[in-house]
Design a protein around this ligand. Structure first.
Ligand code: TXA
Ligand code: MG
Length: 320
C-alpha cells in the first residue's frame, strides 16, 4: 500500500534509494525521482505511460543549483527568475553536460524551476541531487492537486506520497523559452501572460495546438476526464434541453444552475475570483468525473489574466 505522509526525512530516504515518490508543489503534485538515476527516471515514464520523447522538468531549491545545470542564462531569463522564483515559472535553458539526456529527451535544452512549497523546498535541501518531476497523473489525464488524487492514480505503484495539502495555485507552471528574439511562452500556466510581459516586455505566445508541439507535452488533447467534457460559452436551459444525456455534471465560473438533468453543479468561484477558479479547476474536474455523469458541461471563464490559462486547460480537456 502506498503511504501518504508528511515525513520529509522518509521522502528523502526513499529518493536516495532511487525510488519514485509523489511530491507536492504550489502548482500540482509531481512524480519525483533523482535526475541522475536512469532507472528511477525511466520508472516515472512507465508509471505515467508517457512517451519518451516528452522531456521532464528539473526541480531545484536555489538559483546557484540552476546555474550548475545550464551553460548560459540569458538576461531576460534572469529577470523572470528574480521576479517569480521560487514559484510557478519553468525556464527552458541550454543544458550543461551534467544534465542527463534521459531528462531532456535528447534535447539540448533543459526545463528548470524552483517550486514554492515549504515541504518540497525542505526536501530538496535535504537531498544532494535535483528532482525530475512531471505532474503526477497518467499521460493525458487530469493533473492532481491533492495527495488523494495522486493516490487514486498510483495506489500500490509508488511507496510514498508526500502530503503537502491542496496545491495553492492548482494549475501547472508557465513555461518560457529564450531561443528566439523574444521570450516565448511554450505553455500557459499559473503566471499570466501580463505578469510575464510586465517583467520582460514583448513576449510571444507559442501556438501549441500543433500535432507535434514545441513543448512536446502540449498535445491538443490533455488534462482529460474520462467523462466526455463539452466546453460551451454558457450553460442554458435551452442548451440542456437539446442534449440526449440524462445525467449532466456542470462546471460554471460563478453561477449556480438548477435543472432536473443536472446531477451536480460546481462553481469554480462564488466571487468571480480567477485565482480561486484556477485553484479549484482540476479538483472540481476530478469530482465531476467521479459521479457517473453522461457528460460534463463546462463554461468558459472570463478571458483575462489566469482566465486565459483556465480556458486553455478546459479546451484541452474537451478535445475529442
Ligand atoms: O507545475 C509544473 O510545471 C508541474 C510541477 C510538478 O512542477 N510539472 C509539470 O510537468 O507540469 P509535466 O511534465 O507534466 O509538464 C512539463 C512540460 C511538458 O509539456 C514538456 O514537454 C515540457 O514541459 N518540457 C520539459 N522539458 C522541456 C524542454 N527541454 N523543452 C521544451 N519543453 C519541455
Ligand atoms: Mg503534466
Amino acid at each position: 500500500m502506498t503511504v501518504i505522509s508528511k515525513n520529509i526525512d522518509l521522502a528523502a530516504k526513499i529518493l536516495q534509494a532511487n525510488e519514485v515518490i509523489a511530491i507536492p508543489t504550489e502548482t500540482v503534485y509531481g512524480l519525483a525521482a533523482n535526475i541522475y538515476n536512469e532507472k528511477a527516471v525511466k520508472k516515472i515514464y512507465s508509471l505515467k505511460n508517457r512517451p519518451h520523447s516528452n522531456p521532464l522538468i528539473v526541480h531545484v531549491s536555489a538559483i546557484n543549483k540552476v546555474e550548475e545545470l545550464v551553460t548560459s542564462f540569458p538576461e531576460k531569463a534572469k529577470q523572470l527568475a528574480k521576479a517569480f522564483w521560487p514559484g510557478p515559472l519553468t525556464l527552458i535553458l541550454p543544458k550543461s553536460p551534467k544534465v542527463p539526456n534521459w531528462i531532456t529527451a535528447d534535447k539540448q535544452h533543459v526545463a528548470i524551476r524552483i517550486p514554492k512549497h515549504k515541504t518540497t523546498l525542505e526536501l530538496l535541501k535535504k537531498i544532494t541531487f535535483p528532482l525530475a518531476a512531471p505532474s503526477a497523473n497518467p499521460f493525458m489525464r487530469i493533473s492532481p492537486t491533492t495527495a488523494k488524487h495522486c493516490c487514486n492514480y498510483f495506489n500500490d505503484k509508488i511507496e510514498l506520497i508526500l502530503d503537502g495539502g491542496a496545491c495553492e495555485k492548482g494549475i501547472e507552471s508557465t513555461i518560457v523559452s529564450f531561443h528566439d528574439a523574444y521570450p516565448t511562452i511554450l505553455r500557459l500556466g499559473s503566471i499570466s501572460i501580463e505578469e510575464i510581459k510586465d517583467v520582460v516586455g514583448e513576449t510571444v505566445i507559442h501556438n501549441n495546438t500543433a500535432k507535434e508541439p514545441v513543448a512536446p507535452g502540449m498535445y491538443s488533447k490533455h488534462y482529460s476526464p474520462k467523462t466526455n467534457l463539452v466546453l460551451v460559452e454558457e450553460i442554458t436551459p435551452a442548451l440542456i434541453n437539446t442534449l440526449k444525456d440524462e445525467k449532466i455534471a456542470a462546471l460554471t465560473f460563478n453561477k449556480a444552475i438548477k435543472h432536473q438533468k443536472i446531477i451536480k453543479c460546481l462553481r469554480l468561484t462564488k466571487t468571480s475570483d480567477l485565482k480561486e477558479a484556477a485553484k479549484n479547476l482540476y479538483s472540481f474536474l476530478h469530482q465531476l468525473d467521479n459521479i457517473n455523469a453522461d457528460i460534463i458541461l463546462a463554461e468558459k471563464v472570463p478571458f483575462s489574466g489566469i482566465g486565459i490559462t483556465i480556458n486553455d486547460r478546459l479546451l484541452r480537456a474537451s478535445h475529442q
